[in-house]
Design a protein around this ligand. Structure first.
Ligand code: PLP
Length: 442
């Protein structure tokens, strides 16, 4: 596609998500193709994918086994309803997902996105307590700066104010929030988990004292908060959340939409941190983003309680037309096969040290006030331009794109999360491009 084609394309009909539409349409930035570590722009330039698309193409782009599986599936059976009817791959995909989950979380509910996974998990938590005769446990606890997608459930437990403020009067009632764990004064420049900040989990005890445990269904957190700008859990923090929730019979949900499927060098953040929640939400890397897909892994005892409470008929009135869509289950099975056959989680683990070193080499670069990293994710925080928060990072993003590297930004934080197939040379290219661009930005 040439530049001419772009300017003659009518951009007016599409309402773009999470995008400055007017700004974009005035200066469009178009992708035309993708293979392995690279996008090709509409102008034919190669763009190194430093963000796995949107944290989701963990095995790299255009992978042949997935393409072939989708082709086979589309030819054989395009769609199958999943209410009261099954298709074999939905069960196989559930087993394959369960095998990667922590011990005990082996009941799998399929969705199509992270947002749907979150809302599904919140509903399962409430249904579980009701099934056990504790129907008053409806309160949900999220965390400041948390991102749990865009459903009403997700924005209610989420803590990103621009996503919430328009809807503040119509969000779920009875939600409270833990404080976030980020404090530049104490945990800046952390390589891996910060040593300081475990005490932030103590706020859960205060929230429980305020509302009483008997009213609380679940706590939901991202093990590593991604979308808000890569906030790492302090050492001991997740362990403490687990201990407190367990003490009070509150379910713990890890939102692993980003941390699942190798981002930290393990199948899940739960495995990486050695902390097992009761439910895990996932999407993105589950299907390598080739087809929209998501899932919730549920502790077997939670599933059993909900099924046992129902004498006959449908036990849980929830599901999507596209739950376990045949194209999604085909993509999931092929994707998990690639992760296994190519040892990509192990690869991410072994690359995490050179990745960390390359990221932290930016210390001292103009505008950089913090660098933090874990596995194959790094956050680079910039000082905001006076009176124009976010403008500096936006400019870095645009200039990196022009120089052939895709990065992401939230506010003034750059986030790097490349596909797990990345090479050390490509890692160096990402960070040296950012360093070069920072030198040119006011
Ligand atoms: N939860 C987390 C932790 C996420 O990072 C995201 C997306 O980035 C979501 C939920 C929402 O996923 P989706 O955009 O697929 O609905």
């Amino acid at each position: 596609m040439s530049t001419d084609t772009i300017t003659t394309t009518d951009l007016s009909n599409l309402w773009m998500p999470f995008t400055a539409n007017r700004q974009f349409k005035a200066h469009p930035r178009m992708l035309a193709a993708a293979k392995d570590m690279y996008y090709t722009s509409a102008e034919g330039h190669q763009i190194l994918d430093g963000t796995s698309g949107l944290w989701c193409v963990n095995a790299g782009h255009g992978r042949q086994p997935i393409i072939e599986a989708l082709h086979r599936q589309a030819t054989n059976m395009d769609y199958a309803p999943s209410f009261q009817i099954g298709h074999e791959d939905s069960f196989r995909a559930a087993t394959a997902v369960a095998e990667l989950m922590p011990q005990g979380l082996d009941r799998i509910f399929f969705t199509n996105s992270g947002s749907e996974s979150v809302d599904t998990a919140l509903k399962i938590a409430v249904a579980y307590h009701r099934a056990r005769g504790e129907g008053q446990r409806t309160r949900l606890i999220g965390r400041e700066r948390g991102y749990h997608g865009v459903g009403f459930g997700g924005i209610s437990v989420g803590g990103i104010s621009p996503n919430r403020k328009t809807f503040s009067g119509v969000m779920l009632p009875g939600v409270d929030h833990l404080p976030h764990t980020h404090d530049l004064e104490h945990n800046a420049w952390s390589r891996g988990q910060p040593a300081w900040g475990e005490h932030f989990a103590d706020a859960l005890e205060s929230i429980i004292a305020l509302h009483d445990a008997s009213t609380i269904a679940a706590v939901i957190v991202e093990p590593v908060a991604g979308s808000t700008g890569v906030l790492l859990p302090p050492k001991g923090y997740l362990e403490k959340l687990r201990a407190i929730t367990q003490k009070y019979g509150i379910l713990l949900i890890f939102d692993e939409v980003i941390t699942g499927y190798g981002r930290l060098g393990a199948a899940t953040g739960s495995e990486f941190f050695g902390v097992t929640p009761d439910l895990i939400t996932m999407a993105k890397g589950i299907s390598n983003a080739a087809v929209p897909a998501g899932a919730v892994a549920v502790r077997r005892s939670v599933y059993d309680a909900i099924l046992d409470a129902s004498a006959t008929g449908i036990e849980f009135f929830h599901g999507y037309t596209y739950s376990a869509h045949p194209m999604a289950t085909a993509a999931i099975l092929a994707t998990l096969g690639i992760y296994r056959d190519e040892g990509l989680f192990e690869r991410a683990h072994s690359l995490s040290r050179p990745f960390e070193d390359a990221a932290h080499a930016l210390k001292g670069t103009r505008h950089v006030i913090d660098i933090r990293n874990l596995g194959l994710v790094a956050g680079i925080e910039l000082s905001p331009r006076p009176g124009a928060p976010g403008a500096r990072a936006a400019e870095v993003f645009a200039k990196c794109f022009d120089k052939g590297v895709l990065v992401r930004y939230t506010g003034d934080i750059l986030a790097i999360s490349p596909p797990l197939i990345i090479t050390e040379k490509q890692i160096a290219q990402i960070f040296s491009t950012i360093a070069g661009v920072l030198g040119t930005v006011d």
